[in-house]
Ligand binder design. Sequence first.
Ligand code: NDP
Length: 248
Amino acid sequence: MAITGKVVLVTGASSGIGAATARKLAAEGLKVGLAARRGDRLEALASDIINAGGEAIALQTDVTDPASCKAAVQRLITEFGRIYILINNAGLMPLSDVDALKVDEWQRMVDVNISGVLNATAAALPFMIERKSGHIFTLSSIAGRKVFKGLAVYCATKAAITAFSDALRMEISPKHSIRVTCIQPGAVKSELYEQITDANYRKQMNDLEKSMTFLQGEDIAETILFALKAPDRMDVAELFVMPTEQGW
Ligand code: NDP
């Protein structure tokens, strides 16, 4: 499908996979809305994209707040005329054991990883239904397919959005011609591990990074591009993307 000029909202665009995807899609000629909380990062990325000849707008957004998501979508539409693609990418992964009872971290994961996806989807969906076209991506994880110690709540949130994405596809794809894609990566080099407050798990993740070559954000951006460029008749419903060296 031709994608040049299409309008996309990327949540979690201030770093990692989201920033790499925003750069890649802008380079492909898409108009990109950059959503996250760190406005300075978004402004810097928007400037980079514009200086490289692309189109982008920084939209400071907290995905845990439905009104903030609605405002971001509304501003994107005011600026670029419509929204065609939503990339539900914002997420957190502070690892810890359940008996450490880091309940504030559990709640933040539920708020960002699950509610954030629902809020952004609810904000964008009416405009896609109105046009009977669109594409909603959700960044789940290998952790949405299997469970790991230390990731109980994270796995639960990713399993939840994997389920949501598939049911969303069944409901809206045939009815409204909106495609739905769930991306499930293994380990990707990003800032995700910097939020780990548990010293043992932080060390474990640092050791893991030394022991194998992680994917780069650009690899996931390429994956998203593949699904986006597929012919209209084809919905890439799920993509499980692993580092070659990740044998688990
Ligand atoms: P990063 O930590 O680099 O990026 C996370 C992004 O989420 C940041 O841009 C952050 O921006 C944003 N974010 C966090 N909270 C909020 C919020 N309340 N509102 C809006 N944005 C928010 O990690 P990744 O790029 O690795 O992660 C992107 C996605 O990919 C996540 O959903 C993650 O679970 C998933 N994933 C990552 C893997 C990996 O190994 N890295 C593997 C599998 C899946 P800000 O702080 O500015 O708000």
